[in-house]
Design a protein around this ligand. Structure first.
Ligand SMILES: [Zn+2]
Length: 345
């Protein structure tokens, strides 16, 4: 079989599907997609896009594979967790086994204001696989600035949500949610848990939207904020309004998260094997409520001034303004990851 015939055979069921066809398949093979975060959602997106023959996949993640990921992060194996491989590297290894004919570009990195614009450069589309709002507002700013489509997705517990953002055509993330919930106020997968079915649903909708965008079938986009709860059996579709003229991001084009001063900051505390994380928006932390959420995940104690939380080799000290000191590491990416997982923002 020559190369073109083998491509046609490999993707034959997708080519037979009316919405894609030969022309759509050619567009998928020529596309470059950035997947930010390669945990449960990001790994599911990456696997689906690799199987579908999206030609170039750039996968970015700052974390390592852990045994507690394996219940839902289907791209990873026990051996990845034993070797503590970076998720981006482990994902690339498996994706190359799934499809050796596409390009996989793994980046082991903490996505922030200093690298996001370079990461989205030359990408046709960005898929959200992150676990925190700070990174999502960063993605929103960068994608609106560079007119790159991106697909928001999130899941915690049995609940998930997704929305497709086409800068200046649709509302952006900040048109819909003007501010992120304050730090230390919302449940995360590491405090409230998460079950795999909701990951599959959210990722499936994001991937279908990705196919529509990459093949140019934009009339088929769902144009909604879609919410699902697979435990309570609730499915909600809220039609999206037009972009808001006074939206700071897509209306006024103020891309605050792209400037270093507005970003969540992290500083290494010299000689203490500790990192200090300061949230972008200081807030007043409700210690009893945060302690309640953290209790299933480790030892937690608090007084009027601070809360101490121990998990594995790490200890997080959270102050009233949500500033935290993460002990047990001198790596900023590890500290930011622990902060996003347990304190959340
Ligand atoms: Zn907007």
């Amino acid at each position: 079989m020559n190369a073109e015939a083998s491509v046609k055979d490999r993707y034959s069921r997708q080519i037979l599907f009316n919405g894609i066809g030969e022309e759509g398949q050619r567009k998928l093979l020529a596309a470059r997609v950035l997947i930010v975060g390669c945990g449960a959602l990001g790994a599911a997106h990456a696997e689906a896009l690799a199987r579908a023959g999206v030609g170039r996949l750039r996968v970015v993640d700052r974390d390592f594979v852990e045994p507690s990921n394996l219940q839902r992060q289907t791209l990873f194996s026990e051996s990845d967790a034993e070797k503590r491989l970076p998720k981006a590297v482990a994902a690339a290894n498996h994706l190359r086994e799934i499809n050796s004919e596409i390009q996989i570009e793994p980046h082991v990195a903490d996505v922030n204001h200093s690298n996001i614009e370079q990461l989205i450069d030359d990408c046709d589309l960005v898929l959200d696989g992150t676990d925190n709002f700070a990174t999502r507002y960063l993605l929103n700013d960068a994608c609106v600035k560079h007119e790159t489509n991106w697909i928001y997705g999130a899941a915690v517990g049995s609940y998930g949500v997704t929305m497709t953002i086409r800068p200046h055509e649709t509302a952006c993330l900040r048109c819909v949610f003007e501010e992120a919930p304050p730090a230390a106020s919302a449940p995360t997968c590491d405090t409230a848990g998460v079950i795999m079915p909701i990951i599959n649903i959210v990722s499936a909708v994001q991937v279908a939207e990705a196919f529509k965008l990459l093949t140019g079938e934009t009339d088929e986009l769902h144009r909604s904020l879609l919410q699902f709860d697979v435990w309570r059996n609730e499915w909600r579709r809220i039609k999206l309004a037009a972009p808001q003229p006074d939206c700071p991001t897509c209306g006024l084009r103020r891309f605050e998260t792209l400037s270093p001063s507005a970003a969540e900051t992290a500083a290494v505390l010299c000689g203490r094997d500790a990192i200090q994380i300061s949230p972008a928006q200081p807030t007043v932390v409700n210690f009893p409520a945060l302690a309640e959420r953290l209790r299933p995940a480790g030892d937690v104690k608090f007084n009027k001034y601070l809360l101490r939380f121990k998990t594995g080799p790490f200890e997080l000290t959270v102050f009233q303004d949500a500033r935290s000191i993460v002990r047990g590491t001198d790596q900023i990416a590890t500290a930011r990851s622990l902060y996003a997982k347990y304190i959340g923002n």
